[in-house]
Design a protein around this ligand. Structure first.
Ligand code: NAP
Length: 263
């Protein structure tokens, strides 16, 4: 069966890399982001390069109407297809919850409204999309949900770390629970990755040592390997596997100081 992969935040960075690697495997795509221009450009490039079906949904996931349109696409049943009982064409079989952004200031310096929107994009929106995806994947007995979290979820790093920790914890539980029904759930936990993320939040990239930067290609290749192996948590690169193990035993004050880089 041809997979249909819905990627949020598919026009840049890690999301664009997920779209590229799934297209290279012959999967059809549903790309979601706010800006219609880059969305159509990304879709045209992927169609041309990989000869796959690419739909676009221009939607702000923080807007009720935008979220509703993406939920409706996930709930769409698709058409019956060859490939055995339950096989469908067009139904979303893989969800990549990736869209997100950072806040440069610490919690108490932001408005509460900014903090609530930040929490929504990193927790409420991916949970809403995962809920819809699980309801359509469970009757089919198959599916994959990838939640792009962060190594920040293993460290004291403000509300960003707290939100990512919530998605790591949820993914661990969901992978155990729905894995029995054929649905894999993986939290992908990258360290610093060269994307638009830090530039968009106005952060100082120079404060992060060069050795700590990863390429989005490596992050996504390792994420896909870990997802295929049924792992609930993917920490791309040996560097960050080691740093995450250290963070579990090092004093919180030291870990918090290191984790505050890149702001
Ligand atoms: N870069 C890193 O160092 C790093 C490390 C660990 C984890 N992460 C996580 O990786 C994920 C992707 O980040 P990235 O680094 O690839 O960032 P990026 O290059 O800035 O890409 C963000 C993507 O999300 C979309 N987006 C942002 N807000 C949206 C909204 N309200 N509704 C719909 N789409 C929205 C953007 O497109 P539009 O602006 O057109 O909507 C863009 O396609 C995030 O969840 C981030 O927390 C990043």
């Amino acid at each position: 069966m041809t997979e249909t992969v819905l990627v949020t935040g598919a026009t840049s960075g890690i999301g664009a890399e997920f779209a590229e690697l799934f297209a290279a495997r012959g999967c059809n795509l549903v790309l979601v982001a706010r800006a219609p221009g880059p969305l159509e450009q990304a879709a045209a490039t992927l169609r041309e390069k990989w000869d796959v079906d690419v739909e676009t949904v221009a939607a702000d996931l923080l807007d009720d109407d935008g979220l509703a349109r993406v939920l409706a696409r996930i709930r769409a049943a698709g058409e019956p297809a060859a490939g055995g009982p339950g096989a469908v064409r067009g139904a979303v079989t893989v969800l990549v919850n990736n869209a997100g952004y950072g806040l440069v200031k610490p919690f108490a310096d932001n408005t509460l409204e900014d903090e609530v929107r930040h929490l929504r994009i990193h927790v409420e929106v991916p949970l809403a999309l995962a809920h819809a995806a699980l309801q359509s994947m469970r009757p089919r007995g198959a599916g994959t949900i990838i939640n792009v979290a962060s190594v920040a979820g293993f460290t004291p790093r403000g509300t960003y770390g707290a939100a990512k920790a919530a998605m790591i914890s949820f993914s661990r539980w969901a992978n155990l629970t729905y894995g029995r029904e054929g649905i894999r759930v993986t939290a992908v936990c990258p360290g610093f990755v060269h994307t638009q993320f830090h530039q968009r939040m106005g952060a100082d990239k120079a404060s992060v040592p060069a050795a700590l930067w990863l390429d989005a290609g490596l992050v996504v290749r390792e994420a896909l390997r870990d997802t295929a192996a049924g792992r609930a948590v993917s920490i791309p690169s040996l560097r960050y596997k080691a740093l995450t193990a250290l963070a579990r035993v090092a004093p919180s004050s030291v870990v918090a100081r290191l984790a505050s880089r890149g702001r």
